[in-house]
Design a binder for this molecule. Structure first.
Ligand SMILES: NC(=O)c1ccc[n+]([C@@H]2O[C@H](COP(=O)([O-])OP(=O)(O)OC[C@H]3O[C@@H](n4cnc5c(N)ncnc54)[C@H](OP(=O)(O)O)[C@@H]3O)[C@@H](O)[C@H]2O)c1
Length: 430
């Protein structure tokens, strides 16, 4: 067995403490597979005195995480602090500048600075690995980068945020409203006190930007991801979807389109016959379609100490074996700067929900707006009263057509006196 790989660990929260525990619990199989033991030799967090439920004896302490990069006894740094900038980015840059490999679980940092960091890592000839950054314990990064390396990928989509999936699954099971179920998720620890990043689709957009870079050979471009979260999904949407044979899921989609790369996170209606409809609770799932491998589904626990540490340590094992290679499947300098494709040119079926005054002529007005925009209606259901004020709910499923037409129809209706609330639409996953 070779000499130990010496790790500098920044962050001792859920993931960092999980890594310390895993390296202790599974020391033997990890060392066998890595060809050498893996030891944490130095660590950093904000509060040195906090009990983290793991044994930190013999591990040196640094108040300033950046100092880990400069230590002579550290071979590789694991950044498990989080945040797109700040101490995580300072440490990442310092580690690569020191010519040391970097492991990170930080999707926010990579979605914003992934290209710069990939160039630094490849320039220094060291590994930058981020398996834990997307879908927790599910090896989807390796799957795309290595397993699907021989394929052209045209289409990729998935459920990338466990908090949203938990909330939508709970709304479905209990018939509860969004605000109540969010409060319950926060009480159970499934949602942060400040849940904005999750429920507004930002976290899923970070992950989608990384998956798209791997799948399409482009620089990660978080700014090109259209992100709409689940705040505006109401209990009636879930009920209508169920009545029509669908479930509501927050889905990230990336696909090669005319004019560039299309990337969007948006709540979708998913047919019950689709595997993603059965991804419940905090589970994540990614589907990638390769021209040779066909459709592959990666699914499993998207978060939590064990699954995420499993991904971090798998990356450490790669480093212990001396593996480096391109960060995003292609050498960084070969990554294209993708043009953002306009989603309006996409086609598909859509669900539209309108809350309206319960009076004569409203349905005719809606039908006219749809007709004028060129939207063909497959199903229209009106139910009332849908609101405390006695309004009615109109749920429409359209035939296959350009999304642009649905957007135009909603634009026509937006200022209407007949509507009691903003209209809401969701694509239907094919
Ligand atoms: N939790 C998951 O299931 C999961 C899944 C996938 C990816 N991730 C990613 O993994 C990373 C860590 O997440 P987490 O859930 O473990 O977060 P966390 O529980 O909040 O832990 C963050 C850790 O960073 C430390 N820290 C904060 N500022 C620091 C600084 N300036 N210098 C040194 N340490 C500092 C904190 O110290 P104190 O403990 O002293 O406050 C804490 O130990 C994030 O990028 C996250 O997106 C998490």
């Amino acid at each position: 067995m070779g000499e130990a790989l010496r790790v500098g660990l920044a962050g001792l929260g859920t993931v960092g403490a999980g890594v310390v525990r895993l390296l202790s619990d599974n020391a033997e199989p990890v060392a066998q597979r890595a060809g050498r033991p893996i030891h944490v030799v130095a660590a950093s967090a904000r509060d040195r005195t906090r009990d983290r439920g793991v044994d930190l004896d013999g591990i040196a302490w640094e108040d300033d995480a950046t100092a880990l990069a400069a230590r002579d006894d550290v071979d590789v740094v694991a950044e498990l602090v989080g945040g797109s900038d700040g101490p995580a980015l300072t440490l990442a840059r310092a580690t690569l500048a020191a010519g040391k490999p970097l492991i990170t679980a930080n999707k926010a940092m990579l979605a914003h600075h992934g290209f710069e960091l990939a160039r630094s890592a490849e320039g220094a000839g060291v590994a930058l690995r981020f398996e834990a950054a997307v879908a927790g314990g599910v090896p989807v990064i390796k799957g795309l980068r290595e397993g699907m390396a021989a394929n052209r990928i045209r289409h990729l989509f998935g459920i990338l945020n466990g908090t949203c999936n938990f909330i939508l699954s709970r709304m479905e099971a209990e018939g509860g409203g969004f605000a109540d179920v969010l409060a319950e998720a926060q009480a159970l620890g499934y949602a942060e006190a400040d849940p904005g990043f999750d429920i507004d689709g930002v976290d899923a957009a970070h992950k989608l930007a990384l998956l798209a870079a791997l799948a399409f050979g482009t620089r990660p471009a978080f700014g090109d991801v259209e992100a709409t979260g689940i705040r505006h999904v109401i209990a009636a949407d879930i009920a209508e979807a169920a009545a029509l044979g669908y479930r509501v899921r927050l889905v990230g989609v990336a696909e090669a389109a005319t004019g560039g790369l299309f990337q969007r996170v948006h709540p979708h209606l998913v047919p019950l016959s689709h595997p993603l409809a059965h991804v419940a609770g905090s589970t994540n799932a990614v589907v990638a379609e390769g021209d040779q491998a066909g459709r592959l589904l990666f699914q499993g626990a998207g978060a939590g100490a064990g699954p995420t540490a499993s991904a971090v340590v798998a990356d450490l094992i790669d480093v212990a074996r001396g593996q480096a290679g391109p960060v995003f499947a292609l050498p960084a300098d070969a990554l294209a700067e993708a043009t953002r494709a306009d989603g309006a040119e996409r086609r598909g079926r859509a669900y539209v929900r309108l809350t309206v005054q319960d009076r004569v002529g409203v349905l005719a007005e809606i039908a006219a707006a749809m007709r004028d925009a060129g939207v063909s209606i497959e199903t229209l259901v009106q139910r009332g009263p849908a609101t405390d004020e006695g309004g009615a709910l109109v749920a429409i499923v359209t035939h296959d057509g350009p999304e642009r037409c649905v957007a135009q129809a909603l634009e026509r209706l937006r200022g209407s006196q007949s509507l009691t609330d903003a209209p809401m639409w969701m694509p239907i996953l094919a």
